[in-house]
Design a protein around this ligand. Sequence first.
Ligand SMILES: Cc1cc2nc3c(=O)[nH]c(=O)nc-3n(C[C@H](O)[C@H](O)[C@H](O)COP(=O)(O)O)c2cc1C
Length: 226
Amino acid sequence: MKVKLFSLVTVFLMIFMYGKSQSARISATAAADATEIKELHLPPAERGGGRPFMEVLNERKTTRHFSERELEPHLLSGLLWAANGINREDDGKRTAPSARDMREIDIYIITPQGAYLYMPEGHQTKLIKAGDFRKEAAGRSEFAASAPIILVFVANAKKMEKMDAAAKDAYAHIDCGYVSQNVYLYCASENLATVALGGVDKEGMTKILDLKEDKVILSQPVGHMD
Ligand SMILES: Cc1cc2nc3c(=O)[nH]c(=O)nc-3n(C[C@H](O)[C@H](O)[C@H](O)COP(=O)(O)O)c2cc1C
C-alpha cells in the first residue's frame, strides 16, 4: 500500500514538473519572439537639402524594381516626414494638405518584421502587429512584395466624422493623392524606387490592421533602385 502511494505521488510530481517546464519554455519562446521584433527608430528628419525642386519634378517617376536592401533610418525618417509629417509645430499642420484640415490619412509601414503606424506627433512609429504582411500590402502587384517597406495609406474614419458621407470618400481619396505624391517626390529627390498601388489587398490589410471603420485606399512600396 505504502509503495503504491509512493509511486502515485512520484508520477503526480513528474507530471507537475513536466507541465511547469513546458509552460516556462512557451513563455520563454514568446518573450524571445517579442524581443526579436525590430522597433523602427526614426532619427529627426532632415528638412533641408535634397535635389533642387525642378530637378525633382523632372526625375519623378514610377519604378517597379526594388532592391531588397533595407532602407537606412535617415531615409525612412525623411520619407515619412515628407509624406505627411508636421511642418508647422505651432499648429501641427502637415507637409500634405487635407480637406478642412482633417489630417485623416494614416500611414502604416509594412516591413518584413511587422506593421507599424506612423505618428506625426513626435515623429515616431508604433508596432501594430508582428509578422510579414508585404504580400497583402502589394496585393495584385506581386513584384512589389519584396520591397523593404510598403506604405499603406488609410483614411481614419474618426477624423472625418464631421464630414457628410458623400464628401468623405472623395476627400479621403484626394487627400491620399497628395501624400502619395509627396512620397513620389521624396523618392525622386533621394533616387529611391516607388510605385502607387491601387491593387493593394484592401480586405486583407483591413483584417491585418484590425481596422473598423477606417478605409484602406492605396499602398506604395519604397526601396533602393535595383
Ligand atoms: C491611384 C494610382 C494607382 C495606381 N495603381 C497601380 C497598380 O496597382 N500597379 C502598378 O503597377 N502601378 C500603379 N500605378 C502607377 C501608374 O501605372 C503610373 O503612375 C503610370 O503608369 C504613369 O507612370 P509614371 O508614374 O512613371 O508617370 C498607380 C498610380 C496611381 C496614381
